[in-house]
Design a protein around this ligand. Structure first.
Ligand code: SF4
Length: 144
């Protein structure tokens, strides 16, 4: 798969479009591998979780920042297959998606089909659990 085309070329264009969208129409999608297993108190809603801000992982900081800006939603996905359903339910104008390179590329392809600009923010450490990201850079985008 040509990751560069999606994660670099398209991403730059999508960030410009995403930043023009009001926060109330922006949706943030996060991967469940960032949750702190054993401590996480996120509430489960079918195909996604909503963070309870227990402060055990960085999602708590992301929630606080996005809520303050009035984002449409901040959801923790159980898997990429939920994206299509979430788009039809919430009808976001733009998406900020945090994921590994593989999931991010799939997400960009799907959102482009729906005509939604998705800015992909890659994990700095991927895997099945205990994943991580560079928080400061992400918060700058959320608050922009
Ligand atoms: S901050 Fe949120 S997502 Fe992270 S472990 Fe706590 S409840 Fe779960």
């Amino acid at each position: 798969m040509n990751y560069k085309k999606y994660t670099t070329d398209w991403n730059k264009k999508h960030l410009e479009e995403f930043l023009k969208i009001p926060a109330t129409k922006r949706l943030i999608l996060l991967p469940q591998c960032m949750r702190k297993i054993g401590k996480c108190r996120a509430k489960e809603f079918g195909s996604y979780y909503v963070c309870a801000e227990c402060a055990s992982c960085k999602i708590s900081d992301i929630m606080k920042s996005a809520k303050k800006k009035g984002y449409l939603g901040i959801l923790i996905l159980k898997g990429g297959s939920a994206v299509k359903k979430i788009i039809s339910e919430l009808n976001p104008a733009g998406i900020l998606g945090i994921a590994c390179c593989f999931e991010g590329t799939q997400g960009i392809k799907l959102c482009r089909k729906h005509g939604i600009p998705v800015y992909f923010y890659p994990l700095s450490k991927d895997g099945c659990e205990d994943t991580d990201l560079e928080l400061e850079g992400l918060l700058k985008i959320i608050e922009a």
